[in-house]
Design a protein around this ligand. Structure first.
Ligand SMILES: NC(=O)c1ccc[n+]([C@@H]2O[C@H](COP(=O)([O-])OP(=O)(O)OC[C@H]3O[C@@H](n4cnc5c(N)ncnc54)[C@H](O)[C@@H]3O)[C@@H](O)[C@H]2O)c1
Length: 351
């Protein structure tokens, strides 16, 4: 049996916990080392997970010659510098979403990947859910025809992630726009077949988050000096004539407990609602409308774990990665343009 690829995880405090089962269950990889800037978290998680090789310095895990794969689970602003350093040190890299806060950062990461000949993948776990894979396969079979409009949202009611990682721009690059907008937008562009965005008209709002007593149902105080938005919306035009309406929020007087994450896709042969898997078609000849449920493909397990297993499989067997960084350029390009449009108070064009 081939030697297993050795994985080092950087930033083990939060989302990394959803990656651990993936590395443990991968036939191709094993987790061997952790790094974190917080020594308490590093030692606690190391002990819990039975990992003895622990690094306080990112340089040391990246330069460990035994390690083949670096898994980046740090706040967003560290993604680009760590990924570039790891790639140039000869490691394959899987990196949490958003791959980086600007398209320029992502281009630098792609340049490092190409220079090193190693693999780089964005961890967009929603793509690995059975309901997403089934919808994508149906669209690729032509079920909806040409998709000419989409409406996508990810809306929460008083559910801001009140951690330094998310609420300060110096760590995150932005609020819900970049935090959760990246999830629903990545899925939407993937379903639409990655049309080229050409313009964005966007707004951001902070009407609720600074009100006295504003809270998050996830606990913790909302810091007074928080400097990111709570709501963002955009209208996007694509080169092929298609359009998209996007809405994201951490706090909104919206009828949801937890999260309302949905995507409507409208094509010239049919419409679809994700994640409900509703398919809507019309037969003009018999003047009949049809509402059906999409048959789901079998699940490949919990999505965060599945993305790690898939990445290790691609590295071990030299296959293309399922979420290449090139897919993240238009996603982050639109979100970056949303912020620029909101600041300018007018539509901005993308090149
Ligand atoms: N895919 C998802 O569903 C999902 C969910 C939550 C978070 N995320 C992403 O994961 C990343 C981390 O979010 P989180 O919720 O785990 O945050 P977190 O604050 O819970 O954990 C981040 C960890 O990284 C450590 N860290 C910070 N800077 C570091 C550095 N330079 N080097 C090493 N360690 C460092 C912190 O000490 C902490 O332990 C973010 O990019 C976020 O967008 C993804």
């Amino acid at each position: 049996m081939a030697k297993k690829l050795k994985v080092g995880v950087i930033g083990v405090g939060g989302i990394a916990h959803t990656h651990f089962p993936g590395w443990r269950n991968s036939p191709d990889a094993e987790m061997v080392a952790f790094a974190d800037i917080d020594p308490k978290i590093l030692r606690r998680v190391g002990k819990d997970q039975g990992i003895e090789t622990l690094y306080d310095e990112d340089d040391d895990i990246i330069n460990n010659p035994e390690i083949d794969i670096i898994d980046i689970c740090t706040p967003n602003m560290f993604h680009r510098p760590l990924a570039v350093q790891a790639l140039l040190a000869g490691k394959h890299v899987i990196c949490e979403k958003p791959l980086a806060p600007t398209p320029e950062d992502i281009r630098m990461m792609i340049e490092a990947r190409d220079k090193s000949g190693k693999k780089l993948m964005t961890a967009q776990h929603f793509r690995f859910e059975a309901k997403s894979k089934s919808m994508k396969a149906a669209i690729d079979r032509g079920l909806l025809g040409n998709i000419y409009h989409a409406r996508s949202w990810m809306l929460r009611r008083a559910a801001a992630p009140v951690k330094d990682t998310f609420v300060y721009k110096k760590n995150s690059g932005g609020g819900p726009c970049i935090d959760i907008g990246v999830h629903i937008l990545d899925l939407t562009l993937w379903m639409m077949g990655h049309p080229k965005p050409i313009s964005v008209s966007g707004i951001t709002q902070d009407k609720l988050i600074h009100q006295p007593g504003a809270f998050s149902v996830w606990g913790g105080d909302i810091p007074k000096d928080l400097d990111v938005e709570e709501f963002a919306a955009a209208f996007v035009r694509f080169e092929n004539g298609a359009t998209l309406i996007l809405e994201v929020s951490w706090l909104l007087h919206h009828n949801t407990t937890g999260e309302d994450m949905r995507m409507w896709l409208y094509g010239d042969k049919g419409g679809a609602l994700w994640p409900d898997n509703d398919i809507l078609t019309t037969d003009n000849k018999i003047r009949q409308q049809f509402n059906t449920k999409l048959q789901l493909n079998p699940s490949s397990g919990e999505a965060h774990a599945a993305e790690c297993i898939a990445f290790a499989d691609c590295v071990a067997h030299n296959k293309p990665v399922p979420v290449p960084p090139e897919d993240s350029i238009p996603v982050i390009g639109i979100l970056d343009a949303l912020y620029r449009s909101a600041a300018a108070g007018k539509e901005v064009t993308l090149t």
